[in-house]
Design a protein around this ligand. Structure first.
Ligand code: UFG
Length: 333
């Protein structure tokens, strides 16, 4: 089996590339390195530098590498940025996916697994959230991911492409080797921001909102380990290879933790007091996001095994402690 991983130099992409290589799958990575890191790409994979929106690049790639399927991570993913620069998100996420689909149709590549997000739901109707629940994004990032899902839906009907869309909840943690992990520039996610305090990179962490209708007033999220996400992509591709039909799956642990609980667990893991300051709510944050991943478990046979928050944070801490400045190259470095 040969798989093309678009965005294989990014956080979840690089973990999936490693997991595929560990399984003996032939992996081809394409990435424009705008937010990804070359150093994060497993050396067993073949790397092409190029952009999703470049149809000629993709056509050449499909001509050179006879791939059996595509796993697509190549998208911008910062909620806050998407509000201020929506067209950047429509261009890369929606237009880029359109170019990719055109190239796949031309090359006769019929299977694709891609990253979607809990942000497609917006403010949930209920928790845990089911895949069939209302999708009503509250930011352009979520809108572009939903538009991508719809583009795949109609392309599946028209061109016989089969897709799996994986709606991640809060991706976190790092590979047990601690050689790859989360490295965003600038960092905006809770766990890496918390861990910057014991690394002496920031004096304190902010708590955005303490008046939510939750047990301690702070937002509740479903934190899912990145290597469990990586396994889900492999299972989804195997499902498609086995004749599985196009579908959408949530990926989370089904357990929610408050911001205060995450900070407290990080204090325990790092042994650092990690001062926290209470601030106002961040715009667009739903109070509670928890996945029902029953469907992924039943249909794909997914079995997330890192369900302890302490273990998740410990794996992130091992990565950040050994790479306090992230990767040494790529993403503008
Ligand atoms: N938070 C803080 N302080 C910080 C940073 C975050 O209190 O310094 C809080 C946020 O308000 C939120 C929680 O910590 O309640 C988690 O925030 P993250 O930014 O780490 O993650 P989000 O839940 O905002 O975002 C995640 C994914 C997105 C996805 C979104 C769906 O990272 O890709 O869920 O809502 F779009």
């Amino acid at each position: 089996m040969k798989i093309l991983v678009l965005g294989g130099a990014g956080y979840i992409g690089s973990h999936t590339v490693k997991a595929l290589c560990d399984k003996g799958v032939q992996v081809v990575v394409a990435d424009n390195l705008l937010t990804g890191h070359k150093e994060a790409i497993d050396p067993r994979a073949k790397f092409y530098l190029g952009d999703l929106r470049d149809g000629a690049f993709l056509d050449d790639l499909f001509a050179q590498e006879q791939v059996d399927g595509v796993i697509h991570f190549a998208a911008f993913s910062l909620v806050g940025e998407s509000v201020f620069e929506p067209l950047k998100y429509y261009d890369n996420n929606v237009n880029g996916t359109r170019v990719l689909l055109e190239s796949m149709v031309k090359a006769g590549v019929k299977r694709i697994v891609f990253s979607s997000t809990a942000a497609t739901y917006g403010e949930p109707e209920r928790v845990p959230i089911l895949e069939s629940d209302r999708t009503c994004p509250t930011n352009p990032y979520g809108e572009t991911k939903l538009a991508m899902e719809k583009m795949f839906h109609w392309s599946a009907k028209a061109y016989g492409i089969e897709f799996v869309s994986l709606r991640y909840f809060n991706a976190c943690g790092a590979d047990e080797s601690a050689t790859i992990g989360e490295a965003h520039q600038p960092e905006s996610h809770l766990i890496p921001l918390i861990l910057q305090v014991p690394l002496n990179k920031r004096p304190q962490v902010s708590i955005f909102g303490t008046d939510y209708p939750t047990k301690d007033g702070t937002c509740v999220r479903d934190y899912i380990h990145v290597t469990d996400l990586a396994q889900a992509h492999i299972l989804a591709m195997e499902y498609l290879m086995g004749g599985g039909k196009s579908d959408i799956f949530n990926l989370g642990n089904g357990v929610g933790f408050t911001v205060r609980e995450v900070i407290e667990t990080a204090r325990k893991v790092t042994g650092h007091p990690i001062p926290a300051v209470e601030e106002g709510r961040r715009a667009g944050d739903p109070a509670v996001l928890i996945a029902s991943s029953q469907k992924a478990k039943e249909v794909l046979g997914w079995n997330p095994c890192h369900d302890s928050l302490e273990e998740i944070i410990a794996s992130a801490w091992a990565w950040h402690k050994s790479h306090p400045d992230g990767f040494t190259e790529g993403a503008g470095k």
